[in-house]
Every structure is written in C-alpha cells, then in structure tokens.
Design a binder for this molecule. Structure first.
Ligand code: SD4
Length: 334
C-alpha cells in the first residue's frame, strides 16, 4: 500500500470508528441511551386534533384490556375513518379536484414492521388495509387500483364515494375556484388527518395515520400521511412521532423520522417537534398557509407537540384515564 493511500485509509478508519462510537450510524449515543428503569410501562395515547378524543377513547379500551399498542392505534383511528361527517379523514373526506376521494393511511409497530396504502378509493377503513399490507404481504405500501384490489380480496367493505354531501360541496367549489383548479390550496381551517401514537403496558410504542389528504388536490397526489418517515415513524428504542398539515413540506424534511432522530440525540419530544418545525420553516421562503404540526411520544412516556402556526391541538389520554385536549406550542400566529 502506498504511503498516501495508507494514510488516507488510516484516517478514514479512525474517523469511521470515532463516528460509530458517537452513535452517528443510528445507535443511541451511550450517555443518552434509554435507561431501562425509566422506560414507561403504562398506557398513553395521543392523537392529532379534536377528533382524537373519540379515537383515543377507543384505543384506550384496547390498552386497558391489556391489549397491544398496535391494536390500539388501529382501533382508535378507525373511529375517525368511520365518521362520515368528518371531511378530512375516511370516506366522508373531501375529494380531489376531479371528484375522487382518495385515501392515504399507514401503521407501524414496535418491531419497525409497517404497512401503508395511498390513493385508495371506496374502501371504508384504509388503516386496516395498511395493517393487512403489513401483516399479510412482503411489501410496505400498495397504491391506487392495486391497493383497492388487495383490499377487496381481503374482504374489506366497499363503498361509493364521494358521498352526496361531499359531491355537492365539490361542485360548488369547482364553480367558485376555477382559477385554483391548476393550483390547489391547503385548507388550514380543516382539522385534517388523524395521527395517533400509543404506549402500552409492555413498554411498546406503535402509531397510525389516516387522511383523505389535501382537499381538492391534483388527482394522484399523495401527501406525507401514508409515507413511513414523513407522516409517521416509530423506533421502539426511542419513541414515535406523527405529522399533520401540508404534506409536501413534511415530506421535504422526512418530518416524523426527523423528530424521532432528534429524540435519539437526546432531545425531549417537545424540543424535537419544535426543531423539526423550525427546519420546515427554514426550508421555505413563503410560509403563507403552510401549517404543519408534529406530536411525539418517547419511551419514557413524555409527550410533545409543535406547529408552524397557532391553532393546532391534540388529544392526550394517560394513566389516570383522563382524555383532554392540549393546545400545541407554535412558532407564529396566523
Ligand atoms: C396531507 N398531511 O395530505 C395531510 C393533510 C393534513 O392537516 O394533515 N392536513 O398533506
């Protein structure tokens, strides 16, 4: 080996060893490793927006019966999906600009197993189809017709969308928003998307996320919600996070993964959510209408949340069984 090559090789190896010992390749930095005696073994559920209250109640039933967090987060968000008055989740959701209600969902468990569906039409429970992708296929994500065919083959309930009320709204929207047909706008007054994180008595964290996405989006558009790492991410050694808001901005920073990795570096769930939001802010010159929010839960049972704009909140149910709405901290007012 030539002297210079040897020198370079030697330096690279030393640098790599140093990086490894500092946890750069994903292992927690030793001094911040979760301390086994502090890891929570009790039930906690958090979920985005006020529709989270009813969803938490359902998830709580599973947890308080001694059930697993993965079953809790599926059961919880199914309540929101089944509510046809909800215009941002499930088959009552607002359609894309062509009138198709296309649903996105994902789920992830404590073993980093995950499943997702995107652009799924006419199926009542996208989160359960995502669960079936996780449990019954070698894949992580199915989209469009393929996801629908799989769901039907698995015996999932079909339905016709858009429902009458949504179709009426869409027709009116088309009339009033001719100029927006080429340029969709996020509707921040919508309490869109439910993302849920749960910790069970075994000390395991799971999460789920489901949405009808950005109202009047382009046909075929997929947001962050079904994308593992963007809309949801779980690492049972560290914790979990999920996102709501403008999916494009959340995808750009792999939002939920970023929150979990910040917690891995020793940040509290609250600081991790704030730093992820600040990263989104730093990547955008124009923040008009750009609402994004994160919620996070770590293995110690600590929770956090943060959003770009005011108005974001989440439902929080913990040991004492009380289920309350909590206003998120935020960077700026509308
Ligand atoms: C999306 N993140 O499709 C979803 C929508 C949402 O608050 O959560 N809006 O981009």
């Amino acid at each position: 080996m030539k002297r210079r090559t040897f020198f370079k090789f030697g330096l690279t190896t030393t640098a790599l060893a140093l990086l490894k010992s500092n946890g750069i390749f994903g292992k927690p930095i030793p001094k911040e490793e979760p301390k086994a005696d502090l890891i929570k073994r009790s039930n906690i559920v958090i979920s985005t927006w006020s529709h989270g209250i009813k969803a938490n109640d359902e998830a709580w039933k599973v947890l308080s019966d001694g059930g697993k967090s993965i079953d809790a987060v599926e059961a919880g968000v199914r309540i929101t999906e089944a509510d046809i008055t909800n215009r941002s989740v499930g088959i009552g959701g607002r359609p894309d600009r062509e009138g198709h209600v296309t649903l996105d969902a994902c789920i992830m468990d404590e073993n980093s197993k995950c499943g997702a569906v995107a652009c799924l039409e006419g199926i009542k429970h996208p989160v359960s189809v995502a669960r079936a992708v996780m449990d019954k296929t070698p894949h992580v994500m199915l989209v469009g017709e393929g996801a629908r065919d799989f769901a039907i083959e698995q015996g999932f309930e079909k339905c016709k969308t858009p429902i009458k009320e949504v179709k009426k709204d869409w027709k009116e929207w088309k009339k009033e928003n001719k100029e927006l047909l080429r340029k969709p706008r996020i509707n921040h007054e919508n309490h869109d998307t439910i993302g849920m994180l749960a910790l069970d008595e075994f000390g395991n964290i799971s999460g789920s996320c489901t949405t009808s996405g950005w109202a009047y989006k382009m046909h075929g558009r997929v947001g962050d919600s079904p994308i593992i790492g963007a809309g949801l991410f779980i690492d049972n050694e560290i914790g979990g996070a999920c996102a709501t808001g403008m999916g494009e901005a959340i995808i750009r920073i792999a939002g939920s993964h970023t929150v979990v990795e910040l917690m891995r570096q020793g940040k509290s769930p609250q600081d991790a959510c704030r730093l992820a939001v600040e990263r989104i802010i730093s990547k955008h010159d124009d923040l008009t209408g750009l609402q994004c929010g994160f919620i996070a839960l770590d293995v110690y049972g600590r929770v956090g949340s943060y959003s770009v704009y005011s108005g974001f909140n989440y439902a929080f149910q913990k040991e004492d069984g009380k289920n309350v709405m909590v206003d998120s901290e935020y960077n700026r007012s509308w």
